[in-house]
Design a protein around this ligand. Structure first.
Ligand code: FAD
Ligand code: NAI
Length: 467
């Protein structure tokens, strides 16, 4: 007899959510986590600490730059970085303890140590003190997440040449920060350190920022960031970082070839993506297949190529997002309990938590063009929204993409303060297969920024009122 119905390896947002849902459905469940705390990348060194620093640094910038225009005169704010880092750590601590509490509350057994799959139904756990035990189970769920992608020839020391983990824990504001990669991490953490005083240059291989996001949105957002002081070197690759001198010397050259150049930096942040993490799991030995990018291959029920072994989250294909991992966790637990678990991959929002925020759901214009789908565009700027005007935060817009024949909403893209909250009414609309007219005819409270969402939906039929 197996001791457990389900053992989950990894307690990030995918793993801990799967374990809780499985326990709710009556499965005897255990988790194995190699970190001392639960919550994975997201809670320990990802979503949560980055949002704490984004929040605090935004307040710092507001106090220094926006208060006076509203008639609030305060002395120039002083930065106590150690206290700001302590604020971040407290937030992380509260969140990871929350997960520990939830696992206990749901009677999920937690084992701390490195998990290795010996065979279907057998998980070996090696604790930090070297103690080894073997657990038995009917099913195994791999939720081991992802790790930082390395830049060939550049060694991350987490002091001067940092990944996101080091960039979240700097003890001093760098005079000059060079960010490699204009993706989500580069722009979020670049924003944190720019607000606190760093001169930030972002080096990006492609000729645009935020690949994968709507091109129109990326262009406008780049302009907004440049106004804030970001410098971009697009179509440029980093060929090496010389760490021998007092300052770092970053060698860059055009991606298409051409004259090389050296940038000086106090800190270099390498943010060129993340890779699936399966180290030490023993997958090859037991025949669990991985793809070219090292991700576990699963079917539409999250089953790997070996019966009884499943995988979800960053370790499988799809966007590397906490909420995607969570929803897959719920779905796989429900499937294992004999229910109809399912994730709608057409409606997974993505948010960049800068100021202003960028939020997106569904298809981009580029994707619709490539798929040959005829669409209508409805766009509404925040300069025409009463609440945004009175708050003096008018950068950005809302953009709807709706099927030309049926008016079904296929995508929505927003740049603006709180865009990450506003996108969810569109997610619900899309989940129900709604049209732009459905949203346009839904009463929205005045004065709110969300009225811009309604007006953009109205603009699909060229009948926005305030524009
Ligand atoms: P993870 O969170 O990576 O968890 C995997 C866990 O498995 C880890 O705790 C690891 O220690 C453990 N583990 C691995 N191997 C073993 C083993 N053999 N035995 C035992 N345990 C093991 N996403 C968002 O949606 N919103 C954001 O705002 C956001 N911000 C981010 C900011 C940063 C700086 C970073 C780096 C990422 C951010 N992400 C964000 C991405 C998000 O963190 C990931 O998508 C999410 O954590 C994936 O969840 P997961 O459960 O698949 O894996
Ligand atoms: P990313 O994939 O978002 O961006 C990486 C960028 O680096 C891309 O623009 C890419 O073209 C560029 N790049 C790749 N190789 C390069 C090179 N050699 N030189 C210069 N540029 C290069 O990856 P990022 O920002 O590291 O984030 C990793 C993951 O974490 C993402 O998948 C993201 O979804 C997740 N994340 C999500 C957040 C959110 O939801 N708010 C916040 C932070 C991370």
């Amino acid at each position: 007899m197996a001791n457990y119905d389900l053992i989950v390896i990894g307690t990030g947002p995918g793993g801990y959510v799967a374990a809780i849902r499985a326990a709710q459905l009556g499965l005897k469940t255990a988790v194995v986590e190699k970190r001392a705390t639960h919550g994975g990348t997201c809670l320990n060194v990802g979503c949560i600490p980055s949002k704490a620093l984004l929040f605090a640094s935004e307040k710092f910038e507001e106090a220094g730059h926006s208060f006076a225009s509203m008639g609030i005169t305060v002395p120039a704010p002083k930065l106590d970085l150690a206290a700001m880092q302590a604020f971040k750590d407290k937030g992380v601590d509260g969140n990871v303890k929350g997960v520990e509490f939830l696992l206990k509350k749901n009677k999920v057994d937690a084992y701390h140590g490195v998990g290795k799959i010996l065979a279907p139904g057998k998980v070996e756990v090696t604790a930090a003190d070297g103690t080894v035990q073997v657990l038995e189970t009917k099913n195994i769920l791999i939720a081991t997440g992802s790790d930082v992608a390395q830049l060939p020839g550049v060694t991350i020391d987490e002091e001067k040449v940092v990944s996101s983990t080091g960039a979240l824990a700097l003890k001093k504001v760098p005079g000059k920060l060079v960010v490699v990669g204009a993706g989500v991490i580069g722009l979020e953490l670049g924003s944190v350190w720019r607000r606190l005083g760093a001169e930030v240059t972002v080096v990006e291989y492609l000729d645009r920022i935020l690949p994968g996001m709507d091109g129109d949105v990326a262009k406008s957002f780049q302009r907004i960031l440049q106004k804030q002081g970001f410098a971009f070197k697009l179509g440029t690759k980093v060929t090496g970082v010389d760490t021998k001198g007092k300052t770092l010397k970053v060698s860059v050259e055009p991606a298409a070839g051409g004259a090389a150049e050296v940038l000086e930096a106090d800190v270099v942040l390498v943010a060129i993506g993340r890779v699936a993490y399966t180290g030490g799991l023993g997958l090859a030995e037991i025949g669990v297949e991985t793809d070219k990018r090292g991700r576990v291959v699963v079917d539409h029920h999250y089953k790997s190529t070996v019966d009884g072994i499943y995988a979800i989250g960053d370790v499988i294909a799809g966007p590397m997002l906490a909420h995607k991992a969570e929803d897959e966790g719920v779905a796989v637990a429900e499937l294992l309990a004999g229910k109809a678990g399912h994730v709608n991959y057409d409606v997974i929002p993505g948010v960049v938590y800068t100021f202003p925020e960028v939020a997106s759901v569904g298809k981009t214009e580029e994707e619709l063009k490539e798929a040959g789908i005829a669409y209508n565009v409805g766009k509404f700027p925040f300069t025409a929204n009463g609440r945004a005007k009175v708050n003096n935060t008018t950068d950005g817009f809302v953009k709807f993409l709706a099927d030309a024949a049926t008016d079904k909403v296929l995508g929505c893209h927003i740049i603006g303060p709180e865009a990450g909250e506003m996108i969810h009414e569109v997610c619900v609309l899309m989940e129900f297969g709604g049209s732009s007219e459905d949203l346009a005819r839904t009463c929205h409270a005045h004065p709110t920024r969300s009225e811009a969402v309604k007006e953009a939906a109205m603009a699909v039929e060229k009948r926005a009122i305030h524009m």
